[in-house]
Design a protein around this ligand. Sequence first.
Ligand code: DMJ
Length: 547
Amino acid sequence: SAALEGHRTKILRRFFLIYEQSGERIMLPPSRRDFVSLTLSESGSYTDSKQWHRQSCWRKWKQLSRLQRSLILFTLMLLLVCGILFPVFLFLSAESRLEAVREAFRHAWKGYKNFAWGHDELKPISKSHGEWFGLGLTLIDALDTMWILGLKEEFAEAREWVARALSFDKNVDVNLFESTIRILGGLLSTYHLTGDSLFLEKAKDIGSRLMPAFNTASKIPYSDVNIGKGTAHPPQWTSDSTVAEVTSIQLEFRELSRLTGDPKYKLAVMEVMKQVHKLDGKQDGLVPMFINTNNGLFTHQGIYTLGARADSYYEYLLKQWIQGGKTENELLDDYLLAVEGVKKNLLKKSTPSGLTFVGELSHGYFSPKMDHLVCFLPGTLALGAHFGLPADHMELAKQLMETCYQMYAQMETGLSPEIAHFNMHEGSTQDVEVKIADRHNLLRPETVESLFYMYRFTKDKKYQQWGWEILQNFNKYTRVPTGGYTSINNVRDPANPNPRDKMESFFLGETLKYFYLLFSNDPNLISLDKYIFNTEAHPLPIWPQSE
Ligand code: DMJ
């Protein structure tokens, strides 16, 4: 009837736009698909089509055989159980990986405790110890790792040693950089995590004993300090210091000033940054490797690397900027410039797989050599992108992360060499080549460190999986049955990796800590919005905006 037709059109208009053109009707559906389809029955009443659908489903269900119904019910039950169990499975698998790291730590600690207690480093094969500064380096480096891993008993024993046996009143020469990042950094971070003033007192003690290093004509610090005598000097053969060393002590001394209220520490290290910022001799923001302590100028110019002797200069530009609340623009400018310098001068692709790698520049000549040390870079780039730096930094981080992983995966032991050379000539069948002298692995952390940052920021499980493979290979080739892990000489020979008999303190301070943080799915376990890791993996607080 006409009335019914009018009603019908009204309803259709609510859900479709009807255009009438030369007698033809064109119906356009609404842009949002949130309408309910209604059927108009002969009598003019509406039946909810969902209800009709339900009835028809029920009819179909009843038509099925008993076997068919059982199969469907079984499948549904299975899906339900999997849906519930999958998160449980994920939790358990994360927990078992975390436990694997705790187990690795306990094993390393067992060797240290039995054969090297209170000494700098464990020599796990000969069941003895090595001394560098004579300050219990491994123990101090490992304090905050034990705290983060929840190893309370081990931590308590170590704290007892710090309280009773650790003395910096010793006639001993220490390297300014190494003792700052490992000892001062380790004590400061343990103080922050635990709130135990013992660690702050010890940090103040070592910090003030390192200050004589800055008494130079140029204010660029000497490499070595005698912490007992209060004297400092450069290495015997030169008056130069290493650029990475003098520019990677800032996070720690700045924090010491904040905690003590005494600006002298901060002023000394910021003076170094100020001078390096202004120096000639950089190439597109890239720095040479040495700086003279008499005149404060770069020496051995013309060689640019992101590896040994320059690496953490770049890392600390970004991290100081973050630590200080992102207000120190010179640091940011130098960092951004340097990343552009890397892209322009050092970035190339390998053959056959097209891996992006960071090479070196020597007096205008490019060398496709990349230290394992450079693998801090993906993590640092990702950290910068997290704090608002250009998104292409993250893209580069992803590419370099793949390369660093391949430096492990393409070796016969699955462990990276100290230095890789990338093939660039057409027809080559292998991306990575390793010179005989570069085949060692020192249990270094950089790749695991970057995997941790990449996982935190992307949540891509492949980074955890890559880390898991690496941990298993450390266990396979570097674990010493009687306790401890050892550096090895040859990552290319699984039958004889040739142990070196040394467990570096950074294996406990950094490598195992980063494994643990990588496998944890808790972004608040040392939140990257609250802490900044020093170059030895010791977390220090990002200063509150108000300060
Ligand atoms: C550590 O002492 C620090 O990570 C430093 O920045 C570089 N070398 C070792 C680890 O490889």
